[in-house]
Design a protein around this ligand. Sequence first.
Ligand SMILES: Cc1ncc(COP(=O)(O)O)c(C=O)c1O
Length: 219
Amino acid sequence: MWLNYPNNPTGAVATMEFYEEAVAFAREHNILIAHDAPYCDVTFDDYNAPSILQVPGARDVTVEFNSLSKTYNMAGWRLGMAVGNAQVINYLSTYKSQMDTSTFIPVFDAGVTALTSDQSWLNERNAIYRERRDILVEGLRKAGFTLESPRAAIYVWAQLPNGNMDSMAFCSRMLEEIGVSTTPGVVYGQHGEGFLRISLGQSTERIREAVQRIENWKY
Ligand SMILES: Cc1ncc(COP(=O)(O)O)c(C=O)c1O
């Protein structure tokens, strides 16, 4: 069973109780949980994302994945990790060692430096994302969207105004009419229909500009 919290695209977060239930379910049905958790260090408002491995005994039925892409702004460097059930880690290790010729050693060295250096800059970086989130949440609400303010990850997930259920057409019009590019929720699956996703990866100034255009747009 694949899980992903904090979630892309919704920004939803999971509680310890949720993870406890998931682990109990995996035990009962003899299945493996693969938890993809690359946003666990991109959090706001004093929120700390728990690891599913904090659940007692989770390691018997779980592997948790992480990546340096988000926490350390190393997207494209192709460095990540998996922790959990030893047998599964062995399988992954065998598979990975046969699929490619490992990672360029200087990239490993950069990863070690990222993981072992002073981590306090992460708070400053997260504060930048938080400011962008706040600009977007406030502006989108003013413009008629319904949304929760995410406590983690780098996405704002908003319900389209007026019960609009054609996210593809809505986002295309937004792009063509005001030059703002967003992702239609339906590309993430049928349950994403009626929503759109906006990334916090653009500069704060560009996000401000986009919000201004959306607020002034007569959709
Ligand atoms: C939930 C999730 N998992 C994995 C990835 C990919 O991470 P990586 O850059 O390590 O391939 C992303 C990137 O967008 C993501 O959102």
